[in-house]
Write a protein that binds this ligand. Structure first.
Ligand SMILES: *Cc1c(COP(=O)(O)O)cnc(C)c1O
Length: 396
C-alpha cells in the first residue's frame, strides 16, 4: 500500500486492505486460486519455501493466496502483527485452545461464551486434564480472583450471545497479563469496526467470519489476529488438524468485507432504532442492547466500543415458548434461522440457535429466558423492520 496513506481509515482498509500483493496481471479483484499444490522449477527454492525460509505456497492445506489475502484484510482492520484463518469460527477457536494449552494448564473464562466454545470448555478440555474455571460473565471481581489463582489463558467474549453482556476488556486483559496469561477475545459480535480488543490489551482477537465479516450468510470461516509468535503456534496446529479455509469461501468473505464498514454503520443504527422501539412496546418485557441506557453494562460499552453492534435480544411479556412459536413465523423481514450478522435480519430463540446444546434448566441457570428472541439486525429500512415487528407483536 505504498502509494496510499500510511494508515487509511477502517472504511478504506475494508475496501483496499491486503489486496495489492494478490492482484494478478492487472486484475482489480483477488483471484480464487483453486490449485491444491504449487510447483517449483528450482528444487532449492522449493525447499526454502517448504522450510518457511522464503515466501510462497506449497500445499493448499497449509497456505493459499486467496486465503492469505483474506487474512491480510482482517489483520489490517484489527491492526495486528499477524493473522491466520480456519474453515469456521469453531475451527479457529478449537485450534487456538488446543495449540496454546496442555495438560495441567488452566483456563479462566465466563459462562456466556458461544455455545460451541462452551462445549470445548466443559467437555473436551477436561478430558486432556486442562482445568477450566467459568465465572459469572459480568462479575469482574470473581474473574479477577480466578485469574489470580493461576491462569495460562484468559478467554473473553464481548458483547455476549444472546443477552449482549459486556465485559470491561481493558480491566480484565490487564489482570490476565499480570498473571502471565494469553488473553483471547472473541470479537464476532462487535466486529473490528466497533471494537479492537488488541488496542484494549488483549493478545489475540478472533472472529467467526461466517457472521458480520462475510455478512452475506454464504460462506463459513474463522480468523485470529495477534503477535507473530502466537499466530505461528496456532497456524502450526491448524495446518495439521486440517481445518483449512477454502479458497472459494475466502473469496466470498473477502468480497463481503469490502462493505463491512457501511454495513456495520447501518446495522448499528438499525439495532439502536429497533431496540428503542421494542423497549417501549407493551408486548415486550425486556430488551438487551448495549446501546440502551437501561443496559446494565452501557457505560462499559460506551468506553470500549465505537458502535454498539447489530445484535440485540428481547423477552416477550408472555414469557413462554408458545408465544415465541407464534411470534417468530409472523415476521416478514426476518429469516428464522441459526445465523447472525447478515444483510438480512435474522431471528431465532436461543433454544434453537446459540444454546441448542443446553437443557431448559441449563438455559435458565445461564439467565436465558425461554421467551428470549435473538434479533440480528440487517441493513433493511428501519421503519420497515419496526412495522414488521409491531404487526407480529400485536398478533400474539
Ligand atoms: C457463530 C459464532 C462462533 C462460531 O463460528 P462458526 O463459524 O459457526 O464455527 C463463535 N463465536 C461467536 C460469538 C459466534 O457467533
Amino acid at each position: 500500500m505504498t502509494k496510499r496513506n500510511e494508515a487509511p481509515a477502517a472504511a478504506t482498509r475494508c475496501v483496499w486492505g491486503g489486496e495489492d500483493a494478490y492482484l494478478l496481471q492487472g486484475a482489480t479483484q483477488v483471484p480464487v486460486v483453486h490449485s491444491v499444490s504449487f510447483g517449483y522449477e528450482d528444487v532449492d527454492e522449493w525447499q526454502a519455501v517448504a522450510l518457511g525460509e522464503a515466501p510462497g505456497h506449497i500445499y493448499g492445506r497449509n497456505t493459499n493466496p486467496t486465503v492469505e489475502a483474506f487474512e491480510e484484510k482482517v489483520r489490517l482492520l484489527e491492526d495486528a502483527e499477524a493473522a491466520t484463518s480456519a474453515s469456521t469460527g469453531m475451527g479457529i477457536i478449537s485450534s487456538t485452545l488446543f495449540a496454546l494449552l496442555a495438560p495441567g494448564r488452566r483456563v479462566v473464562s465466563v459462562k456466556d461464551t458461544y455455545g460451541g466454545t462452551n462445549v470445548i470448555f466443559q467437555e473436551f478440555l477436561p478430558r486432556f486434564n486442562v482445568d477450566v474455571a467459568l465465572c459469572d460473565t459480568t462479575d469482574h471481581e470473581q474473574i479477577e480472583t480466578e485469574i489470580a489463582k493461576g491462569c495460562d489463558l484468559l478467554y473473553l467474549e464481548s458483547p455476549t450471545n444472546p443477552t449482549t453482556k459486556v465485559m470491561d476488556l481493558a480491566r480484565l486483559a490487564q489482570a490476565g497479563r499480570k498473571a502471565g496469561a494469553v488473553v483471547v477475545v472473541d470479537n464476532t459480535f462487535a466486529t473490528p469496526i466497533n471494537q479492537n480488543p488488541l488496542a484494549l490489551g488483549a493478545d489475540l482477537v478472533l472472529h467467526s467470519a461466517t457472521k458480520f465479516l462475510g455478512g452475506h450468510a454464504d460462506a463459513l470461516g474463522g480468523v485470529i489476529c495477534g503477535r507473530t509468535a502466537l499466530i505461528k503456534k496456532i497456524y502450526h496446529y491448524r495446518e495439521i488438524n486440517g481445518a483449512t479455509l477454502h479458497p472459494m469461501a475466502a473469496y466470498l468473505l473477502l468480497r463481503g468485507m469490502k462493505t463491512l464498514s457501511i454495513r456495520i454503520e447501518r446495522q448499528n443504527a438499525n439495532a439502536m432504532t429497533v431496540a428503542s422501539f421494542l423497549e417501549r412496546h407493551e408486548k415486550v418485557a425486556r430488551v438487551f442492547y448495549p446501546g440502551l441506557e437501561s443496559h446494565p453494562d452501557h457505560e462499559t460499552a460506551k468506553k470500549q466500543m465505537r458502535g454498539f453492534g447489530g445484535m440485540l435480544s428481547f423477552m416477550l411479556a408472555d414469557d413462554s415458548y408458545d408465544a415465541v412459536k407464534k411470534f417468530v413465523p409472523r415476521l416478514k423481514f426476518a429469516h428464522a434461522a441459526a445465523n447472525l450478522g447478515a444483510v438480512e435480519t435474522i431471528v431465532g430463540p436461543p433454544a434453537t440457535t446459540s444454546h441448542v446444546e443446553c437443557t431448559p434448566e441449563e438455559r435458565a441457570a445461564m439467565g436465558i429466558p425461554e421467551s428470549l428472541i435473538r434479533y440480528s439486525t440487517g441493513i433493511e429500512d428501519a421503519d420497515d423492520l419496526i412495522a414488521d415487528l409491531d404487526q407480529a407483536l400485536t398478533a400474539i
